[in-house]
Design a binder for this molecule. Sequence first.
Ligand code: KG4
Ligand code: ZN
Length: 350
Amino acid sequence: MSYFEHVKNAPLKKDAIIMGIETSCDETAVAIIKNGREILADEIISSATEHAKFGGVVPEIASRGHTTAILTATENALKSASLTFNDIDAFAVTEGAGLLGALLVGVSFAKSLAFALKKPLVPVSHIRGHISASYLADKTLEPPFITILASGGHTAIVAVKDYYNIEILGSTIDDAVGEAFDKVARVLGLQYPGGPNVERLAKSGKNTIKLPKMLKNYAGGEYDFSYSGLKTAVINYVHTEEQKGREVNKADIANSFQHSAIDVLIEKALKAVKKTGYNTIAVSGGVGANGYLRETLQNAVKGKNIKLILPEKRYCTDNGAMIGAEGYLQYLRGNFADLTLNAKAVLPLK
Ligand code: KG4
Ligand code: ZN
């Protein structure tokens, strides 16, 4: 019997233990999740420091990092949960989107485990994984809710109608917000990863520099974003000041940029709550770890009948737990891949 015939009719267990494997960028992450809600183990080995000197992620270094780290991360996860491979009901893995070579390490590894152990292989969308991190943050959370999806590759206001059905109300028409943080960090001479460093510098600055309003005369969707103009405005401001021989206050630039980049996310999320009547806002993606975003959002919902889900910072940035959580939902649907599963650099959010 072929592998797929063996698992395609596997009886689904409601009490399922899923291993979530994530290798789409520079984090090798392996977690073990029970019933999509309970984290039994969560290991992350990052190659971020190796990329710092290049100012951004070097795909080849990321892929090599995964090949050396994936077995250790997996063994550590099993050890910390006091489980063995036999206890795992399915292997969920990020199939995309992300760096192709990096994704291939996780996909090949998960395929080998599923094949050898004759367990289901569950393909997971990285972005759906980010959204599902909220189910770990609040075990009682149920759709519908609005999520602010803010990562290095995506920026969107998403209506999560039910566990499987999501609607993108609006998204960026150019750069993602995390990408803008990283590019602004670079022009300010800050190291990769840029987001946390811009946040740190912004703490000692003030919101004094006027930056252009996003999509001022834009006729597109009211939930859309554009970060390219904002990023360019910051770069131009720095260059102009330098050319004029004036000293730039980098902390003020970081603070002003952070306000412009984040405030609009919150504004549009609140608008989406009004429009849909969903009274829960969740945060997902790496920029969700931003302290200014978290604080401003907490203040913005005060006194309103809006529940706020703020996953711990570790579960906003890339992790294996979110893949296990989303993997559980896909497992319940019997969404199993066969061994032809391939990594996808681009995977549309649907
Ligand atoms: O979700 P994520 O870990 O990976 C992607 O799927 O892209 O997001 C990474 C992005 C990077 O652009 C990083 O600079 C940004 O999230 N980020 C932050 C913070 N922490 C990470 N941006 C602003 N403030 C932070 N504290
Ligand atoms: Zn991510």
